[in-house]
Ligand binder design. Structure first.
Ligand SMILES: [Zn+2]
Length: 103
């Protein structure tokens, strides 16, 4: 769960509005990857640059795209792997720096 959605818990009215705008955005749209058009509940509005990036404005619709659930799941999985990789790299770099100081 991103910090954005956690913060949104405090503003239920805003969440309702946000969801309504997203619903409108995806109406009649096909998946940006495979162009399939499925029932509304099988389509999702994706943030091209994920919300885990603190610079992303969740309401910036130029960063929105419609994806089918399959491709949304695939993208999320890739993003999580990328985040994990970055964390490992950062931990490794910090470790090397520490080791460097002691040698
Ligand atoms: Zn798709």
């Amino acid at each position: 769960m991103s910090a954005f959605y956690e913060a949104m818990d405090l503003y239920p009215e805003l969440v309702k509005e946000f969801k309504a705008v997203k619903r409108e955005f995806k109406r009649g749209q096909g998946c940006a990857v495979c162009h399939v058009k499925l029932a509304q509940h099988l389509m999702t509005v994706d943030h091209i640059i994920p919300l885990s990036n603190p610079d992303v404005d969740p309401f910036d619709m130029t960063n929105w795209q419609v994806l089918c659930l399959t491709h949304h799941r695939e993208k999320t999985k890739k993003e999580n792997e990328e985040l994990k990789r970055l964390k490992i790299e950062a931990a490794h770099a910090a470790h090397m720096q520490k080791a460097g100081r002691h040698s």
